[in-house]
Structures are given as C-alpha cells and as structure tokens.
Design a protein around this ligand. Structure first.
Ligand code: 3PG
Ligand code: MG
Length: 397
C-alpha cells in the first residue's frame, strides 16, 4: 500500500476526523440503499476498537454552499446507528463551537456526525480557511470516501494536508482492488465497457486500449463503433458525429495489440418497452426502422470466451438496455459467467461506476464478483488514468 492506513496511526484517545461518503439514496425520509453506510462500518469499528473517537465528515447531495433542510445528514442517523451498532451524536454544523462541543463531549464508543460539509461554500472551493476550522476537530485525518476522492474539496483535499492523514479500510479496499485490476494485474486483462455514449467515455476508452488485452464494447456505445465502420444501425441510439473518434480508438487498439470486441449479432425492436416484440439478427441486418437494444447470443458467446481467457476483468456499464427485459439478457448472461469464474477462483473481477452496480445486482452477479466499488464518478476517473486529489493528498506509507 503506497499510502498510510489506520495500521500506521496511533489512535488511542485521539479524535479521528473521518471523511466518509454516505451520499445514499433516500425516499420519503428513508434510506433505500444502505450499501455505502454498510461499507464504512469496518473503519468506524476499527477506530472505536483502538480507542479512537470517530468524528464523521460527509457531504449529501449538491446544496451548492447553502444550508438546505432537505439535504441534512440528520435523517441518516437511525440507519447509521443500526449499521454501526453505536450511538451517533449529531452536530448541526461541520465547524464551529457547536461541533466542538459535540466532539469534546463524545463518550467512549460513541460516534459524532457533523452536518453536510457542502452547506459551506468553501467546501467545493477546497478553501484553506474552512479546512483549518475542520482540522480543529481532530487529531488524525482518515479518508474513507474513495467515491468522493475525485473531488478536490476542503474535506477531501485541503484538510488532508493539515493533519496526519491515512486511508480508511474502505478506501484501502478500493485502492487495492483497482491496483489488482489495472495497476498490477494478472494477464490477460479484459475490460467490459458499456453504456449509452462514447462521448462521455472517450478518455476512459483511450486509456484502456493502452492497458488491457481485450476490450469489449457494449450498449449504445457499440452502435457508434458499428456505425463508424459503415454498418447501418437503423434508429439505434448512436453518436454519428463521433464516428471519426471511434475509428481512432479502434486504430489505437490495433496498434497497441488490444483486441476490440464489438457485437456480432444484436437484438432489435421497434419499441423500447417491456416485452416489446424483438428479433435477433446479424449486426449488418438491423432494419432501417428498428433499434439495437441488446447484444445477441453469438456476441454473448464471444464475450464469455474472452472472460474464459482472462485472469482479470474490469467492468463498467451494461451491454444492452438492461433496465427493461428482455434487453437485459446479454448483460445478465455475461455477468453471471464472470461471477461463476470469480467464484471458482479463476478470475479477479472488479466492477464499478454509474449503472454498473445496479446492473450486476439485477443479474444476481454482484456477490460473486471479487470486488464491487462504491464509486461512480471516481471509478470512471480512475479508469481514465487520472490522479484522484483525495487519494493524492494522503500521507505516503
Ligand atoms: C457520488 O455519489 O458519486 C459521490 O458521493 C460524489 O458526489 P458528487 O458527484 O455530488 O460529487
Ligand atoms: Mg457523482
């Protein structure tokens, strides 16, 4: 591990200012998916076990520097208390006298939760003065928010430079998984990249063709690549203005010896709705009035063959319009096979970013993947080869 972790810190009697990402989905005041809260539990428990006082710093939503009742962290307390198994004491501001009093009065075994950092305009500006105020509330800084590490904000970047700064357990697990997938992977390395648009994943594709041995492109993005080869994709979602870019990525892949896998057969339909009448056709045979909504069985067989050859898999994005059956078939089948190879110990599989986790959950495959990231944007930026400011600011190990 290149960065310091909780193992390198003396925590006894120390206030551990811990940046977490508990930006969880909430409906009618209730948390609908507690995954991100569950994934910080090991860090909080570890701090408590070693006699430290966890003081949680977090953002919630995008309040843009204003105090907004609908973006308070307070409604998360019951879920936090249930998952962490500890009393959580709330401070209505992340800096100042009120927060100071909460931290000073924290009993052993209790956890402090400070209000949404983004209520302060200085947070997103990575403001040094705000970070100085935050730093008064801790002796040690621990960043466990990998999924917010692509933001250079006061609580993720400037603050890390004011206190001894280490990675929390979740941050550590995320960094180790990413390293095993793209940093120091076992070869062959296979990347599966799906999703709607090439234009949002240009940097990612350019970086991947340099690093991986096989690249599977799926979803709407594949249509753009097919159209760029002169294939008529009918009414399919495709970015025709990206044709030149798609050709350049394909050329770069060829020059680097990266095998590019595009669909060979496709599932087409005239309507995008559940149970719509659909047909499977060779990729050159998409009717002019139809849309490509999924990869076909022959394509899935090729993806499975690639999974079988690979020792490492990195997955981002679905292969088809997975939200609506039957257009989830290719994603489900490929994900299930990757899960099976992983469970057999034959594949290291790492997934993350955007829709990926919900697609894998829907396929029932997430549990058997080697690692499923909690991150959306941060995972993508890391796949693009970018340095994440919240990681770079941690102390070197
Ligand atoms: C996320 O949900 O992706 C992270 O919490 C970061 O949130 P942001 O995209 O609002 O910075
Ligand atoms: Mg985001």
């Amino acid at each position: 591990m290149a960065w310091k972790t909780l193992d390198d810190m003396d925590l006894r009697g120390k206030r551990v200012l811990t940046r977490v990402d508990i930006n969880v989905p909430v409906r009618d005041g209730k948390v609908t998916d507690a995954t991100r809260i569950e994934r910080i539990a090991a860090t909080v428990q570890d701090i408590l076990d070693r006699g430290g006082k966890p003081v949680l710093l977090a953002h919630f939503g995008r309040p843009k520097g204003e105090r907004r009742d609908d973006m308070s962290l307070q409604p998360l307390i019951p879920t936090l208390e249930r998952v962490l198994g500890a009393r959580v004491v709330f401070a209505a501001d992340c800096v100042g006298a009120g927060a100071q009093a909460v931290v000073d009065n924290l009993a052993d075994g209790e956890v402090a939760l400070l209000e949404n950092t983004r209520f302060h305009p200085g947070e997103e500006k990575n403001d040094d003065a705000l970070a100085t105020e935050m730093a008064k509330l801790g002796d040690v800084y621990c960043n466990d928010a990998f999924s917010a590490a692509h933001r250079a904000h006061a609580s993720t970047e400037a603050l890390a430079r004011k206190l001894p700064a280490c990675a929390g357990r979740l941050m550590q697990a995320e960094l180790q998984a990413l390293d095993s997938a793209l940093g120091n992977p076992e070869r062959l390395v296979l990347a599966v990249v799906g999703g709607a648009k090439v234009s949002t994943k240009l940097d990612l594709l350019s970086n991947l063709v340099e690093k991986v041995d096989i690249l599977v492109i799926g979803g709407g993005m594949a249509n753009t690549f097919l159209a760029a080869q002169g294939i008529d994709v009918g009414k399919s979602l495709a970015e025709h203005d990206m044709a030149q870019t798609a050709r350049e990525i394909a050329e770069k892949a060829a020059a680097r010896g990266c095998e590019l896998l595009l669909p060979r057969d496709v599932v087409v339909a005239r309507e995008f709705k559940e149970g719509a009448e659909s047909a499977c056709v060779p990729v050159e045979k998409c009717p002019a009035d139809a849309m490509i909504l999924d990869a076909g069985p022959d394509s899935v067989a090729h993806v499975k063959g690639a999974i079988e050859r690979a020792k490492t898999l990195i997955w981002n994005g679905p292969l088809g319009a997975f939200e609506i059956p039957p257009f989830d078939a290719a994603t489900n089948a490929a994900a299930a096979y990757a899960a099976e190879r992983s469970a057999e110990g034959k594949l290291v599989s790492v997934a993350g970013g955007g829709d990926t986790v919900s697609a894998l959950n829907k396929a029932g495959a997430a549990d058997d993947f080697s690692y499923v990231s909690t991150a959306g944007g941060a995972f993508l930026e890391w796949m693009e080869g970018k340095t994440l400011p919240g990681v770079a600011a941690l102390d070197q190990g």
